[in-house]
Write a protein that binds this ligand. Structure first.
Ligand code: HEM
Length: 468
């Protein structure tokens, strides 16, 4: 904490002060630029694409610019995850789950989840039917709501039905409304109380002893315990079940006597927690961005509706329709870009001393890639990057994904939820545009202004919805 000397050949960056490191400088830039991603970009403009900093006792290297980010993703020795109070107090003080574990433990668990999704969840019609049911439920709720008042908060409907589909992915069963409402409240609480930069006691662990309430430690632990308890209840019920959910499949493996050492019931609960925390807010906030931009662009809505009407001829969309509705698919990709481009990669940890861009990175240094440089920057090939423009994914009349479109990352740490996300966002956008028109509520103009919760979002907005 007191060391203000930087290690030799450490990447350049702001001066280090005792205890705080560069925290005050980062805070100042955050206030000046408005978002953490832009604050980091400001540092990169001054120091270059690899910026060295210290926050509390953690040495952090920000990786900016598409070239440096591609290198970060390709290097095995940068595949670790930070190991600190913030990452372990989520799971009873132990390193468990998938997001914040590494080495063979993580490899074994990730391999199991990927195989399960590929061979079971996404092979069974049950999962796709569940997503179609999710869209039908959202449409039904919106229809009922607009009978009373056509100005609705769509996000409210997305959250509960997306959560139901999510729990189905994990448990293989639908959940009852009451438990979904409770779980939803816990996740919303978490998203609002944990800042995008991570909890403050992760960088200043002594705070949890001095002021556990004030620094958010007690709340953080309690919310995670609540989510774990939800899955604990499910595991008890699903002990003898056989369906496409992750829990029954994991229990089968655990009881087979052929699971590796990394398998345990506690680890299963942590996996469920990770899938939910990593994916649920990302999908619902992507949808929030999608419909905000659709309201702002009636021309895009109309073009998508013409495609939907021509191809589907009135029948509801299914995941198999994605190749036949390329413009709707592009809206979904552009919404994912708009959401992810305002955030950061999940932090990495150097698992050994190494070099990066000519600098020395000591073992256990944290590395954080800035998504804005990859997804929202002219230099990364995005023309007018702040504009919502689905056509940027079309070349010569065909879908063409630009090389820097990597919202799910690539390499060994790649997101496991890409398929689920893309199918989910596509179906909701297609289904809702087929059923309704969306406009601004008269007298209530909407603006795109980033709100930095745990994941990026925008302020709540209402939409004037009419039946088509
Ligand atoms: C808009 C939606 C989503 C985006 C943009 C997204 C993006 C990402 C990114 C960038 C990473 C980190 C990769 C890295 O460290 O390099 C990640 C990891 C992860 N994601 Fe997603 N994700 C999304 C949805 C989901 C969903 C729906 C799930 C679950 C079904 C999920 C589960 C995970 C898990 C478990 C990890 C950790 C993987 C690991 O550490 O090896 N994500 N995601």
């Amino acid at each position: 904490y007191l060391d203000t000397r930087k290690p030799r050949f450490f990447p350049p960056g702001p001066a280090w002060f005792p205890i705080l490191g560069c925290a005050l400088k980062l805070r100042k830039l955050h206030v000046e630029t408005g978002t953490l991603a832009e604050a980091t970009q400001a540092l990169a403009t001054k120091y270059g694409p690899v910026v060295g900093a210290r926050v509390g006792r953690e040495r952090v290297v920000f990786i900016c610019g598409a070239k440096a980010i591609h290198e970060l993703l390709s290097r095995d020795e940068l595949n670790g995850r930070p190991d600190n109070v913030a990452t372990t107090s989520r799971t009873g003080g132990e390193r468990r789950g998938m997001i914040f574990t590494d080495s063979e433990f993580w490899q074994e668990q990730k391999k199991f989840v990927i195989r399960h999704f590929k061979e079971t969840s996404f092979r069974k019609e049950a999962m796709w039917e569940m997503l179609e049911e999710e869209v039908r439920s959202i449409i039904g709720d919106v229809k009922r709501a607009i009978e009373k008042n056509p100005a609705v908060d769509l996000h409210r409907f997305f959250r509960i039905h997306v959560l139901n589909a999510f729990c189905f992915l994990i448990t293989g069963q639908t959940s009852n409304h009451h438990e979904l409402i409770e779980l939803e409240a816990a996740i919303a609480h978490l998203a609002q109380s944990v800042p995008m930069a991570g909890p403050v006691f992760g960088k200043f662990p002594f705070l949890r002893y001095i002021c556990p309430e004030y620094c958010g430690y007690n709340k953080y632990v309690a919310i995670h315990e609540k989510i774990l308890a939800f899955f604990h209840k499910k595991v008890k019920v699903l002990k003898d079940a056989s369906n496409s959910g992750l829990i029954p499949s994991y229990l089968d493996k655990l009881n087979s006597g052929q699971s590796g050492e990394s398998f345990s019931e506690g680890q299963l609960l942590a996996l469920c927690l990770d899938l939910l925390v990593a994916g649920y807010d990302s999908i619902t906030n992507t949808l929030k961005f999608a419909f905000l931009y659709l309201i702002l662009h009636p021309d895009i809505q109309k073009k998508a509706q013409e495609e939907i009407d021509t191809v589907l001829q009135g029948r509801p969309p299914t995941p198999e329709d994605r190749p036949h509705l390329p413009y709707v698919e592009c809206i979904s990709l552009e919404s994912i870009r708009m959401f992810t481009g305002r955030s950061f990669f999940v932090p990495r940890r150097a698992t050994k001393d190494t070099q990066f861009n000519g600098y020395f990175i000591r073992k256990n240094t944290t590395l954080i890639g800035n998504f804005r440089d990859l997804l929202m920057d002219e230099a990364a090939g995005w023309h007018n990057p702040e504009d919502f423009d689905p056509d940027r994914f079309i070349r010569d009349g065909r879908l063409k994904i630009p090389i820097n479109f990597l919202p799910f990352a690539w390499g060994k740490r790649r997101c496991v939820g890409e398929m689920f996300t893309r199918a989910n966002v596509f179906l909701v956008v297609a289904g809702l545009l087929q059923a309704f028109n969306f406009e601004t509520v008269p007298g209530n103009p909407v603006t795109v202004e980033t709100v930095e919760n745990f994941t990026p979002t925008v302020n709540h907005y209402k939409t004037y919805v009419t039946l088509r």
